[in-house]
Ligand binder design. Structure first.
Ligand code: DAH
Length: 349
């Protein structure tokens, strides 16, 4: 009899721990299992008891068995009641995440450039990627033999490079080497005042390396009016640099040469990698060149029929990749074109 009391205590402990169907089955097998179950073993013991004990023991054992069966059935009913009906929606489950695509880093930077210049009142343009020699070179004060054509190795679509050796014949078609060609197209079609940004792909005969790809993107700015000065140029590029990089970016203008501007200037910012202290990226100078610029050359105005005595203007241009590389501290331009998600997923919308 004391054995039955001990087993009952055991069962009560087990019953209190039943929280799932698996627990329920384990308890059922342990106590009611036909072979080796607690009750089955108990019944065998009862059978070996002396005849006068057997009757009371048998009654107690049977009562215990019924007790267990009832308790397990009640527990099973509780578990079933707690379960949601088949087909019910569990509104407490977390939603399934839908992976969102996001903009390419160059698209992000291009959008920021457009936004900055839109706020300053600029018109945003694109333009043809296949150009003619006239718009890409000649009208920008680079006649056929001009040595500045060597600054950019050109990919020709029509007549090949011998154009510069034999300037007569049909004009060459080419892939534009810079967005500066859009200065000409816009001024041919519009009278001053002019305030434009032209963005898009440009192409050069360059081999792939850390800083070169045969196709990349640029943006070109052009402002023309009656009293436009170099101070306007400096103020504009400074405002741009401080918006796209950071409000305290140091900006410097240094003399340079471009055939289509006079005077010409290069725009520098304090090195974004070492904050001006000097590092390998800025070659220990503390400064990085971010764009070419200058006052529009009178020969360019003459080519588009603007009076160079009346109008002045400034222009600037640079690579969108270059801006993106400095902004996001990317050290290899090829990353923008390899479509490796481990790279692309690091950029915000
Ligand atoms: N076209 C030049 C380039 O591709 C950039 C440039 C320099 C644009 C000076 C300009 C400028 O408008 O004035 O590297």
């Amino acid at each position: 009899m004391s054995d039955i009391d001990r087993l009952r205590q055991d069962f009560c402990d087990e019953l209190s721990r039943i929280a799932s169907d698996t627990d329920l089955k384990r308890a059922h097998d342990r106590f009611l299992g036909r072979k080796g179950g607690v009750i089955a073993t108990l019944m065998k013991t009862v059978a070996t008891a002396s005849p006068d004990e057997r009757r009371t023991l048998g009654q107690s054992a049977n009562a215990f068995k019924t007790e267990i069966e009832d308790a397990l059935a009640a527990r099973q009913a509780e578990l079933a009641a707690a379960r949601a009906p088949v087909g019910a929606v569990d509104v407490t489950l977390p939603g399934r995440e839908i992976p969102l695509g996001h903009a390419h880093p160059l698209t992000i930077v291009r959008g920021q450039i457009e936004a900055i210049f839109s706020r300053m009142g600029y018109e945003i343009l694109e333009g043809p990627e296949a150009e003619d020699d006239y718009h890409n070179f000649q009208a920008l004060n680079m006649p056929p033999e001009h040595p500045a054509r060597d600054m950019q190795d050109t990919l020709y679509l029509g007549r090949p490079i011998v154009q510069s050796i034999a300037p007569s014949g049909p004009p060459a078609t080419l892939l534009r080497t810079h967005t500066s060609a859009m200065q000409i197209r816009y001024m041919e079609a519009h009278r001053p005042p002019v305030r434009i940004i032209a963005l898009g792909k440009v192409f050069r005969r360059d081999n792939l390396d850390l800083t070169h790809t045969p196709m990349f993107s640029q943006f070109e700015g052009l402002v023309v009016g009656e009293h436009v000065t170099m101070a306007d140029l400096k103020g504009t590029v400074t405002a741009f640099a401080r918006e796209i990089f950071s409000p305290d970016t140091p900006v410097q203008i240094r003399p340079s040469f471009f055939p289509y501007t006079e005077p010409s200037a290069e725009v520098y910012i304090g090195c974004v990698f070492c904050a001006g202290a000097g590092c390998p990226v800025c070659k220990r100078t503390g400064w990085l060149e971010i764009m070419g610029s200058g006052m529009v050359h009178p020969a360019v105005f003459e080519a588009v029929g603007y009076d160079p005595e009346r109008y002045t203007g400034f222009a600037f241009g640079t690579g969108i990749e270059r801006v993106a590389m400095l902004k996001y501290k990317v050290d290899d331009i090829r990353l923008f074109y390899e479509n490796d998600l481990r790279f692309l997923e690091q950029f915000p919308f």
